[in-house]
Design a protein around this ligand. Structure first.
Ligand SMILES: [Zn+2]
Length: 62
């Protein structure tokens, strides 16, 4: 069996709609934008599997 390919890591862009946060990701497979409710390993509607990464907003010294 071939080794399991590592899911591509894609940044999740937080989006709050109707009080629910979603994560927008640019799919590395179909180049479309998919929405997910949580980060981690997700499968897009196109069938691609990737790891949704979230990044903390910079809390710079103000
Ligand atoms: Zn896709």
């Amino acid at each position: 069996m071939p080794p399991t390919p590592q899911p591509a890591e894609v940044p999740g862009k937080p989006l709050v709609t109707a009080g629910r946060q979603q994560l927008l990701v640019e799919c590395p497979h179909c180049a479309g934008v998919h929405r997910h409710l949580e980060d981690g390993i997700r499968r897009g509607p196109c069938g691609a599997t990737y790891t949704v990464m979230t990044y903390r907003p910079e809390q710079g010294a103000s």
